[in-house]
Design a protein around this ligand. Structure first.
Ligand code: GLA
Ligand code: ZN
Length: 680
């Protein structure tokens, strides 16, 4: 398919403004409320709203009969008020009539339980009737609204992969067999890839293969891994199907579907593949309030989103004005937190800030989810902060099209995460996502902006690349990382990486097969620790560090030992090593170090990479840059409760307040400042 990614100038829904607004569900309200909605939208500086995402049953009340009158009036009203529309295809929530006619389009769990109608996203993505019905309503919308002046963006479906990541019905079984046939051609190739000589799992024909349904003990890991690929590819096929209808019938507006890149929120979608299929990458992000620093998780999701967009501008399509409603406990955001969240996404490449949702529902499952217009009405903190944020977003219009400037890269692969998450690994406590979070936090605390990269991507632009969890590494990935180091890069690899190939088969020879050469070592054996057990590491100048969860018996084969296990199963052996290779350096960390314990290793690697420490910036004061034709911009976000000083390398103009800034920028506690730096 041709690359339809539009030029930066066209990717943004509104030509001259950043996007500000939210999901708008006017069908939940009498029309008399709509007038107040648009008046308040204007007051808040709303430029874009997402409409119709869950409206299928109202737009097509019975099969093939349509009621577009209300949506016509909504779009006209928004257009009259200068508000543009991100128009949903409502295909994430088929109506009751659809399921009456096609009960087998309801998805089946791995345990064999069929879901029922009455919520949303109950879809078997292999079902031909679903695909046909989705195509019909998409065609209707494309024909009717493709030329509407309010239309800025098409919003296909909603958050593919959540909450149902895969269906295990008989229809999916047949579809899976077809998918395998295309991928492997012969059943012998499947037997080879899946290692079916094990436990008598050999197949004589494709007909004998089923989805990896519930089994008495562990199912074939390669089959499970392929099923995740299949489920992801099937959802993507359905996206592409709708997208192509929109491209053909309504080519004026770019097509997106809202991602959920945060690793804590969606684990079933390979966003590297999806990023290539959308015209504009958009993302939904919600804070998980589990006691950790939420702004670090937010920054990571924003960096991931920008990376799946290939560094191009993207759009935050949903976040919450205050608390959500789906956690066990849902704290309200603190004063100023909403603006910091929004502008942190903007700093990291979003072309605006959108929310779920505009007006808080009175009925339904989400009535206790915060909204821009809360139950409390407009005489409320949330509304006042929404209006103030609208003005701030309005003042940043000139940053459109500029790109976030990265410092370092982190290798991340959803497929490797899927593989590592399967059963019967040496330790259930070594968790890929936890490793990514910890390495990210360590880089965040050094004030380094992180690009994420696929293991086979070109890494040559980055002085430092960290690999927190790459259990599954293809030979191509191994060669890529090796070439990166040989050509002068600095690499840091964490334990249990480079172990298996794309079929979850262990690379031949000692561990870590795909990364032995670049790391200059082999691992003879690993020895995970029990809960509560720790190991001490001793390093340069008698320094000490503590690790837990995992240890290894490392045999250096060219690498030097920098930190040694002082106790534990591998006492006296190498714990952290450094390998000079070509013009670069590869570090290896063979135990689990938390973000704080990683500090000396990351510092030493930064020194190898000639990255200057940013010790002049206080902890939790986030400084990120965007730059492009319009200029260079410095975002400073103070997540602490004390005023902070941020040094400026050049003078400039602060865009939210309009003042000149030189030497130092004062960022009050909890506040955000954005400086357009003067031209050099
Ligand atoms: C998701 C969905 C929205 C809404 C929000 C609530 O992101 O896309 O429709 O349910 O969650 O947080
Ligand atoms: Zn199915």
């Amino acid at each position: 398919m041709p690359d339809r990614r539009l030029t930066p100038d066209h990717t943004v829904p509104s030509p001259h403004r950043l996007a500000f607004g939210g999901d708008y569900n006017p069908e939940q309200w009498p029309e008399s409320v709509w007038q107040e909605d648009v008046r308040l939208m204007r007051e808040a500086g709303v430029t874009l709203v997402s409409v119709g995402i869950f409206s299928w049953a109202l737009l097509e009340p019975s099969p093939g009969s349509y009621d577009f009158g209300w949506l016509d009036r909504v779009l006209d009203l928004l257009h009259e008020n200068g508000i543009r529309v991100d128009l949903g295809t409502p295909t994430a929530a088929p109506p009751a009539w659809f399921y009456r006619a096609h009960p087998d389009a309801l998805p089946v769990t791995r345990e064999g339980v069929r879901y029922a109608f009455g919520s949303r996203a109950a879809i078997c993505h292999s079902h031909p009737a679903y695909r046909a019905a989705a195509a019909r309503i998409t065609e209707q919308l494309a024909r009717r609204y493709g030329g509407h002046p309010a239309l800025a963006l098409w919003h296909v479906h909603n958050e593919y992969g959540v909450p149902v990541s895969a269906c295990y019905c008989d229809g999916c079984a047949a579809h899976f067999r077809r998918w395998l046939q295309t991928r492997y051609t012969s059943v012998e190739a499947v037997n080879e890839a899946w290692g079916t000589a094990f436990w008598s799992q050999r197949y004589a024909s494709f007909d004998e293969i089923d989805p990896p349904r519930l089994t008495p003990t562990v199912g074939n890991p390669a089959q499970q891994l392929d099923y995740r690929r299949f489920a992801d590819a099937t959802m993507r096929e359905n996206f592409v199907h709708e997208r192509d209808i929109l491209h053909a019938l309504a080519p004026g507006a770019p097509v997106t579907t809202n991602f959920m890149t945060a690793l804590s929120q969606c684990d079933s979608v390979d966003y590297w593949a999806w990023g290539r299929e959308v015209d504009l990458v958009t993302n939904d992000h919600y804070l998980i309030t589990d006691g950790r620093r939420t702004h670090v998780n937010l920054a990571m999701a924003a960096d991931l989103t920008r990376s799946v967009a290939g560094g191009a501008p993207w759009l935050l399509l949903e976040h919450s004005p205050s608390g959500v409603n789906w956690q066990p406990r849902n704290p309200a955001k603190r004063p100023g937190e909403m603006a910091r969240n929004s502008l942190a996404h903007v700093a990291r490449g979003s072309e605006g800030a959108m929310f779920f949702q505009w007006r808080q529902s009175r009925r339904g499952a989400e009535k206790f989810h915060s909204s821009m217009v809360p139950h409390a009405g407009t005489d409320s903190r949330v509304w006042r902060e929404v209006v103030a944020l609208g003005a701030d977003v309005g003042a940043l219009a000139e940053i459109r099209g500029t790109r976030t400037v990265p410092d370092v890269a982190m290798v991340w692969d959803w497929q490797s995460w899927w593989a590592q998450s399967l059963e019967w690994r040496p330790s259930q406590d070594l968790d890929a996502r936890e490793r990514a979070d910890a390495f990210y936090a360590s880089l965040y605390d050094r004030h380094l902006t992180v690009d994420f990269a696929h293991p086979e991507a070109d890494l040559s632009a980055y002085p430092l690349v960290v690999v927190p969890a790459l259990y599954l590494a293809t030979e191509a990935a191994g060669r890529n990382l090796r070439a990166y180091v040989e050509n002068g890069g600095t690499l840091v690899v964490s334990c249990f990486s480079g172990i298996v190939d794309e079929h979850d088969a262990v690379h031949p020879g000692p561990y870590p097969g795909a990364l032995r050469d670049v790391l200059g070592l082999t691992v003879e054996e690993w020895s995970p620790l029990l809960p509560g057990e720790t190991v001490r590491l001793s390093g340069p100048g008698g320094a000490e560090l503590g690790g837990d969860v995992w240890t290894e018996f490392v045999v250096p084969r060219g690498a030097e030992t920098v930190w040694t296990y002082a106790d534990g199963p591998a006492a006296g052996g190498p714990a952290v090593t450094r390998h000079r290779l070509g013009r670069g350096t590869a570090w290896y960390v063979s135990t689990r170090l938390d973000a704080e314990a990683l500090a000396p290793v990351i510092d030493a690697a930064c020194a190898d990479a000639a990255i200057e420490p940013r010790s002049d910036l206080p902890t939790d004061v986030e400084v990120v840059r965007r730059s492009g034709e319009n200029g260079a911009y410095l975002f400073a976000l103070n997540h602490t409760d004390r005023d902070a000083k941020v040094p400026l390398e050049r003078s400039g103009t602060e865009l939210l307040g309009g003042e000149r800034a030189a030497g130092h920028l004062t960022v009050p506690a909890g506040a955000v400042r954005v400086v357009r730096l003067d031209a050099e």
